[in-house]
Design a protein around this ligand. Structure first.
Ligand code: MF3
Ligand code: CO
Length: 251
């Protein structure tokens, strides 16, 4: 079942996402060599609760944290812990918030200090792929126009898109229909309608697209242990075009 949101519901979703944006803005200056991934999680959790929200991932299928923190070859669902970030790492922070009945979901990958040229390039390609996908989120376009825009751009730079995890509809549930893959054929899939809210979250691998889950049952890594980045926005489709709900006022 696909739930289209009214303009009022979209405004509520903007409030949930605003808390996520606040978390990201607070964490960004903390992302330096020596900080542990659990320290980031603790700050996020405290801030979400102080803002009157609920960490959306905590309790989800038994997950114990507010954030997923995925370093280097970790793709998604990295579990916060004692690991200290090091100069040259790249780290993806994924955060979800439930606020007054609606979810916000947003992820970003950051460099830790100075990173390699290759790391800089994949960060740039991942971010640009997200925005090229969002650019397709227009009434009259089709769902896999979004997917194709992401895939074509990523592959044109010699990187790959993860197949095993996808984006999703979002609203009163963290994961709603439809699923939104980062690969697909342009001109196919459902027609995009006003009120559809989608979390687009390209996961871009430096090497091959295959991934595997570590023995902790959560951490997803690239099979070839090469780098991966993850960028996610929650976006409402309106008559006026895509409305990025998880974007701060200053971009
Ligand atoms: N952010 C992920 C998503 O967009 C969900 C994290 S899974 C969890 O689907 F278990 F950590 F919550
Ligand atoms: Co998501």
């Amino acid at each position: 079942m696909i739930y289209l949101k009214s303009p009022e519901e979209i405004e509520k979703m903007r409030l949930a996402n605003a808390i996520v944006v606040k978390v990201m803005k607070t964490l960004k200056p903390m992302i330096r060599p020596g900080v542990t991934t659990l320290e980031l999680d603790t700050v996020a959790q405290d801030l979400i609760l102080r803002e009157g929200g609920k960490p959306a991932f905590k309790g989800y299928r038994g997950y114990a944290h507010a954030l997923c923190v995925s370093v280097n070859e970790e793709v998604v669902h990295g579990v916060p812990g004692k690991r200290k970030l090091q100069e040259g790492d790249i780290v993806s922070i994924d955060c979800g918030v439930l606020y007054e009945g609606f979810y916000g979901d947003h992820a970003w990958t950051f460099p830790v200090g100075k990173v390699s040229k290759q790391a800089e390039k994949i960060l740039e390609v991942g971010e640009k792929a997200l925005y090229l996908g969002i650019e397709q989120m227009r009434v009259g376009k089709r769902l896999f126009d979004i997917s194709a825009a992401v895939q074509n751009f990523v592959e044109s730079h010699g990187f790959s898109v993860v197949r095993d995890f996808v984006g999703h509809g979002i609203g009163r549930e963290l994961h709603e229909e439809p699923q939104l893959p980062n690969f697909g054929v342009a001109g196919t899939g459902m027609k995009l309608k006003p009120g559809l809210v989608l979390a687009l979250e390209p996961m871009v691998n430096e090497g091959a697209f295959e991934v595997e889950t570590l023995n902790d049952g959560w951490t997803v890594v690239t099979k070839d242990r090469k780098l991966s980045v993850h960028f996610e926005h929650s976006v409402a489709i309106t008559e006026e075009g895509p409305d990025i709900l998880s974007q701060g006022k200053n971009g």
